[in-house]
Design a protein around this ligand. Structure first.
Ligand SMILES: Cc1ncc(COP(=O)(O)O)c(C=O)c1O
Length: 367
């Protein structure tokens, strides 16, 4: 069907910045600068300084950023690592791919890890924790840091959806041993394909991850320091991301404006739950604007039929994915959330008229 409001609209962003996108392509193609070149270095430096970490290492996906972090930290068979089931599979995958055991705790109504459940999940085997800052909203980092310090846990922050998000003025991905981002096209900062990045203040981890991403080579192509993988962020993607990063603050401002419009337009509807408000300790970047409704599937069908393209993330939480063997966890809030969530269109290129159209379509369902 022809949607009136798309869930994301990549061509619109391209049209609005066509000259700049085309100039990036021309520069990279005519310079032949494809692998580990200055655009990547420049992008890494900009992200490190923006997030507030000493190092940033570009890799080819958020998935690999998680996995290389976990390998560099040294999660291994016999270790337990705490995370959530209301996340993209890659968060849990990074633990499993290292041979360690994921221990899943429930989330709260802000969609993030329930900090009151962490200590009960800790055993003598617990090595680490991966909090996920979902939808561009930070986890309760004061509580998480207390526990990390008390039990000397290693922490990877999954900030795939949270570039620019803050807890008490400190940016996501700057709290942990490492913090990771995804530059998948739909992310708050997305490239024209896949991309990811690891932030860290630890010189040793940074060096390992640099080696891992380029088959063990750091200083010279002639010296192999370890076995690794081939998972570098392409220079072309780094150049696109550099161009787009010039607009980043402006785009986050616009996302927050759209969130306010949704908040105001949809408040007070009985049967509809809105996401947590970005105030007090939190600065949210609204990767997604997620509403909740007990009649989710009906509302989903109604919105699609009205011409509003919406998405459900995720209908099946990770501990209910049959193939993953994690169904021994009981996570009632996660299960309830999975049955109720819908993500509304949320990107800076949305017009006010489109936002109003979405609000009206949601309201029509409840009237
Ligand atoms: C919370 C979370 N973690 C990890 C990832 C993995 O990132 P990528 O798709 O770049 O591999 C994503 C991407 O969707 C994500 O949303």
């Amino acid at each position: 069907m022809a949607y009136k409001v798309r869930f994301v609209n990549y061509p619109r962003q391209y049209q609005q910045h066509k000259k700049e996108f085309d100039a990036v392509f021309e520069e990279i193609m005519s310079g032949g600068d494809f692998i580990l070149r200055r655009h990547l270095e420049e992008f890494e430096q900009r992200i490190a300084s923006y997030v507030g970490t000493k190092h940033a290492i570009g890799v080819n996906t958020g998935t690999d950023a998680l996995y290389l972090s976990a390998r560099a930290i040294g999660f291994a068979p016999g270790d337990e690592v705490i995370t959530v089931a209301h996340t993209f599979v890659a968060t849990v995958g990074a633990i499993v791919q290292c041979g360690a055991k994921p221990v899943l705790v429930d989330v709260t109504d802000d969609f993030n890890m329930d900090v009151n459940q962490i200590e009960a999940a800790i055993t003598p085997k617990t090595r680490g924790i991966i909090p996920v800052h979902l939808n561009g909203h930070a986890c309760r980092m004061d509580k998480i840091m207390e526990i990390v310090e008390k039990y000397r846990l290693k922490m990877i922050e999954d900030a795939a959806q949270a570039l620019g998000a803050e807890f008490r003025g400190k940016r996501c991905a700057s709290f942990g041993d490492t913090g990771i981002f995804s530059f998948y096209p739909a992310k708050v900062l997305g490239t024209a394909g896949d991309g990811g990045l690891v932030c860290t203040n630890d010189d040793g981890l940074a060096r390992k991850i640099r080696a891992f991403r380029d088959n063990g080579r750091v200083e010279s192509v002639d010296v192999v320091e370890c076995f690794g993988w081939c998972t570098r962020l392409d220079n072309l993607h780094a150049a696109i991301l550099n161009m787009k990063f010039n607009y980043f603050e402006q785009w986050i401002k616009r996302r927050r404006e759209i969130a306010r419009m949704y908040d105001d337009g949809l408040s007070g509807i009985s049967g509809l739950l809105l996401p947590p408000r970005s105030d007090g300790d939190y600065f949210d970047v609204y990767q997604n604007y997620v509403i909740r409704c007990k009649r989710r599937d009906e509302l989903f069908a109604h919105l699609q039929k009205s011409g509003v393209e919406v998405l459900v993330s995720w209908r099946v939480p990770m501990h209910k994915q049959k193939a993953l063997g994690l169904d021994h966890f009981e996570l009632p809030v996660t299960e309830r959330i999975s049955a109720e969530v819908i993500s509304l269109p949320m990107y800076p290129e949305l017009t006010n008229e489109e936002v109003e159209f979405v609000i009206k379509a949601v309201k029509d369902f409840f009237h």
